[in-house]
Ligand binder design. Structure first.
Ligand code: ATP
Length: 364
């Protein structure tokens, strides 16, 4: 990390046995990943000023936040539930922060209208929260958080309370929102971390057990929790319209809800359980066949995790013990890893950018 970090968190909440040290650079999004009760929300609560640490310090741009009330911290918290004021319209909810900061009524409303447009709910400005769907209300909450122009944005599982069919559009919106902003996002979901965060810190039992660039942690997890939720195959490269090409291999797949344009950097993601292992290359099949070398065999109950490298890229397959025995696999063997293109999702790579929302972040 170069320069002074925007956030320095080095604090203990003794009653919850949560002690950790975390830095976030300006413009960086860090995901806190971990099981229930690990202490992720506690950290957000301390930063937001909802919870006092028993010792330590929290600094934002060099300013010690001890004793600073929540509304003067320049930190916005987006929770699982939108938590809008029920008696105010969507527009008034968004204008509330700027108004209480001292903006005039008309300027605050104009700004609020712009934010609602940018998150795709400009036409719902007059509605009260009870007249909004969960996804719409969460968009209003995003607009409200951003209208306050926070130095740091905190997101506590922002997709968790949404229907699965609404979550991808909000995730797409948040990707645009978070580009170039300083943020911490709490999640249980490896895909959220991959798509939203530059860096991941894995929290277990109140401590950081692992941290690093998101793709490293998710593809080569070292902590038990990260291994359980991640252990994904990730191939980074350039999207040519049908395959991601990188480091000597090409992986065909289906663009996700956040598709890259041809020629853009992209990442192909597939589960080890979608990969089968063969000695010989398959003939004339539409599936991906990746020539690889076995590096390690790891028992997982009645299955095996086969670790291999294709070029410089580490990949893994989860196969039955019977298959490993039948193939008589040992480390050093050349194999073909086979995965159907329909099992591979392709996402645009995270871009560190200007902070402007892309025009197409508006979704259903
Ligand atoms: N209001 C509270 N009062 C006392 N202890 C709490 C409270 N909320 C959480 N805890 C405890 O503090 C510890 C950390 O919980 P925290 O909610 O920060 O975890 P988390 O990682 O955010 O979990 P989740 O993913 O379930 O939200 C846990 O032991 C939890 O039981």
């Amino acid at each position: 990390m170069t320069g002074t970090p925007r956030l320095v968190y080095d604090a203990t909440v003794a009653a919850r046995d949560v002690t950790l040290r975390l830095e976030v650079a300006e413009g960086e999004t860090v995901a806190l990943l971990g099981p229930n009760g690990a202490g992720k929300s506690t950290v957000l609560g301390v930063i937001a000023g909802l919870l006092a640490p028993s010792s330590g310090r929290v600094e934002l741009d060099g300013r010690d936040l001890a004793g600073v009330p929540p509304h003067r911290r320049e930190v916005a918290l987006l929770a699982q539930e939108p938590l809008l004021f029920p008696h105010l319209s969507a527009l008034e909810n968004v204008a509330f922060g700027p108004r209480s900061r001292g903006d005039g009524r008309s300027a605050a409303r104009t700004g609020a209208r712009e934010w609602l447009d940018r998150v795709g709910v400009g036409d719902l400005a007059r509605r009260r929260p009870h007249q909004l769907s969960g996804g719409q209300a969460q968009r209003v909450a995003v607009a409200r958080a951003l209208a306050a122009e926070p130095r740091l944005l905190l997101l506590d599982e922002p997709m968790a309370a949404l229907d699965v069919d609404v979550a991808p559009a909000l995730r797409h919106l948040l990707r645009g929102v978070l580009a170039g902003r300083t943020a911490i996002v709490v999640t249980h979901d490896a895909l959220d971390a991959l798509l939203l965060a530059d860096r991941v810190a894995v929290v277990e039992a109140g401590r950081i057990v692992e941290q690093g660039p998101t793709t490293d942690v998710l593809s080569r997890p070292r902590s038990a929790f990260a291994a359980r939720i991640a252990g994904l195959n990730l191939v980074s490269g350039r999207w040519d319209g049908s395959a991601v090409r990188g480091d000597g291999i090409a992986v065909s797949g289906l663009p996700s809800d956040d598709p890259p344009a041809p020629g853009e950097d992209a990442v192909a993601v597939f589960s080890p359980t979608a990969v089968s292992v063969f000695r010989d290359p398959p003939g004339g099949s539409p599936r991906n066949a990746l020539a690889a070398t076995v590096t390690e065999l790891e028992p997982l109950g009645d299955r095996f995790r086969v670790r291999a490298t294709a070029g410089a890229i580490p990949l893994q397959a989860e196969v039955t013990a019977a298959a490993v025995a039948e193939l008589a696999l040992v480390p050093g063997d050349p194999v073909n890893l086979i995965v159907k293109a329909t099992e591979v999702s392709v996402h645009g790579a995270l871009r560190a950018s200007s902070g402007a929302l892309p025009a197409d972040t508006v979704g259903p």
